[in-house]
Design a binder for this molecule. Structure first.
Ligand code: ADP
Length: 492
């Protein structure tokens, strides 16, 4: 082979050729069918309702596929399939059930690039998030719960856990595949069967999961997937043969579901909204804390129910934090979610974009000061929102009280730890919180007093299948993940 010398210019591109890189693996097209049916009793079926809707790519507004809109009869067929499959599935040797979960996890890993790309195309989140967060955690949940399937007696010492029956599981659009895993894996490990309803804007990865369930030969009816919107979810939750309803989504719909199962013997778990506080003390490593704030609210467009949307900063360092935040915000990259360098992708839907814009207007109208990203121009098509933060925010302002679900942060200050705690807890929600300090004892003191299901210390948005996740107050009840999460899927 001819050596390349530094003097030689024969390998340089011609001056006008431009540099064409090979396409990044994430840009490889993913096979998407023109239309999808419902996954019932082990196979894909056309919907009895004969209704359909389109799912689009929120970054381009291109139609990706036609999705079945399941009606009450379709939901009934799915529940009946799950009911029929439940006895045999529960009687299967637990170690055999575990093998199915392992196989699902392995297949998710094998197809993770395709699934990550699809998640990004259908939902708008940056590929680095779906590739590095959603997919690994999805596989991890199946692996983790495969481990529990034959060890349930150890999870509940001295008691005999039994499956509940058919579980109706309704999930949102912010972590579509991961939420499916959070719901399905513990339910299956405990011997239940499932009917899963993905959110209407993000059905595609759940339908790919159906393919995986077929590939691993999961017995028909053990998992059924019905697509549709609110009416499909309501039909599922109200079905008399559903023994447990598991829901992740808005507090508003959570309340509707709580009313719909009231007076029945159905079990219910709700993982609802949040307005999570992120508290920075003056003794914290400020650069690290600012980076934590960036990932807690701006990455993933703020589409995280536990987003740290209220930032409380100790008064003596607020100027430094705000300066660094402003500087860091300008270096974010907003745009094509399939680009590996993108930090902030597309907003999931036109409706969600309108909601975010309404809150930003309300913030300005109420007198808070907006600091806005002024980097690259946003693409012409698709749904986009620039990251921004507000200072001069009062606790009474709408932007400090209500969940926005967008890249919008409210910055407030405090003087003492007591004030930080009381201001952080001054919300109807209680999903998550963050504390940034170099003092270990302060971490434990504050974490104990915060009304939040999860408190992250010197980090934020860190998840693990072994660690239970769930809320207090209007953020819901029940836990997902860990030993506590199993409790929602057994009876004694
Ligand atoms: P978000 O605000 O995150 O979109 P929603 O609570 O509206 O959350 O939706 C979460 C999930 O709940 C979606 O799958 C949606 O289709 C479903 N859903 C919406 N309304 C109802 C309802 N009345 N009953 C059951 N499920 C519903």
């Amino acid at each position: 082979m001819k050596p390349i010398t530094t003097e030689s210019h024969e390998h340089d591109p011609p001056a006008d050729a431009g540099w064409d890189y090979s396409p990044a693996p994430e840009r490889t097209p993913v096979p998407i069918d023109e239309s999808y049916g419902l996954f019932i009793d082990g196979s894909m079926r056309a919907p009895l309702s004969r209704k359909r809707f389109e799912t689009i790519n929120p970054a381009t507004e291109d139609v990706l596929s036609s999705i079945a809109d399941a009606g009450a009869k379709d939901v009934d067929a799915a529940v009946q399939a799950a009911k029929k499959a439940q006895g045999p599935w529960a009687r299967l040797k637990a170690s055999e059930r575990a093998k199915y979960l392992y196989r699902i996890a392995r297949r998710i890993q094998e197809r993770s690039r395709e699934l990550a790309v699809l998640e990004t195309m259908d939902g708008g989140k940056p590929i680095k998030e779906s590739r590095d967060v959603d997919l690994p955690l999805t596989a991890q949940h199946f692996f983790y719960h495969a481990g529990w399937a034959d060890k349930l007696a150890y999870a509940f010492p001295g008691r005999t856990p039994k499956p509940i029956g058919v579980c109706g599981q309704i999930i949102p659009w912010n972590f579509p595949l991961m939420m499916a895993a959070w719901k399905l894996a513990p339910a299956l490990a405990c011997g239940n069967t499932c009917v899963l309803k993905p959110a209407e804007t993000t059905s595609l990865t759940a339908l790919k999961l159906a393919e995986i369930l077929q590939e691993v030969d999961l017995p028909p009816g053990v998992v059924n997937i019905v697509t549709g919107a609110g009416a499909t979810g309501a039909a599922l939750a109200e079905h008399p043969d559903v023994r447990k309803v598991a829901f992740t989504g808005s507090t508003e719909v959570g309340k509707v579901l709580a009313r719909s199962v009231a007076g029945t013997s159905k079990k219910l778990t709700l993982e609802l909204g949040g307005k999570s506080p992120n508290i920075i003390f003056a003794d914290a490593a400020i650069d690290q804390a600012v980076e934590g704030v960036v990932s807690s609210i701006w990455f993933n467009q703020g589409h995280v129910c536990c987003a740290g949307s209220r930032l409380f900063v100790e008064e003596s360092v607020v100027d430094e934090v705000v300066d660094k935040l402003r500087h860091r915000m300008q270096s974010l990259r907003v745009g094509d979610p399939l680009d590996k360098n993108t930090d902030i992708g597309a907003i999931n839907s036109a409706e969600q974009l309108k909601t975010i814009e309404r809150y930003v207007d309300a913030g300005e109208h109420e007198g808070a000061i907006m600091h806005e990203f002024s980097g690259q121009a946003l693409p012409d098509k698709g749904y986009w929102h620039r990251p921004c933060f507000f200072t001069g925010v009062q606790p009474s302002h709408v932007i400090a009280r209500e969940e926005i679900f967008g890249p919008v942060l409210s910055v407030m200050t405090f003087r003492t730890p007591e004030e930080a705690i009381s201001r952080a807890n001054n919300t109807p929600y209680g999903l998550a919180a963050g504390v940034w300090t170099n003092t270990g004892s302060k971490v434990f003191e504050i974490a104990r007093k915060l009304d939040a299901g999860v408190v992250w210390c010197n980090t934020y948005n860190t998840f693990d299948a072994a660690s239970p996740f769930g809320g207090f107050k209007e953020s819901g009840f029940g836990r997902e993940g860990g030993r506590h999460g199993l409790q929602s899927y057994v009876k004694f």
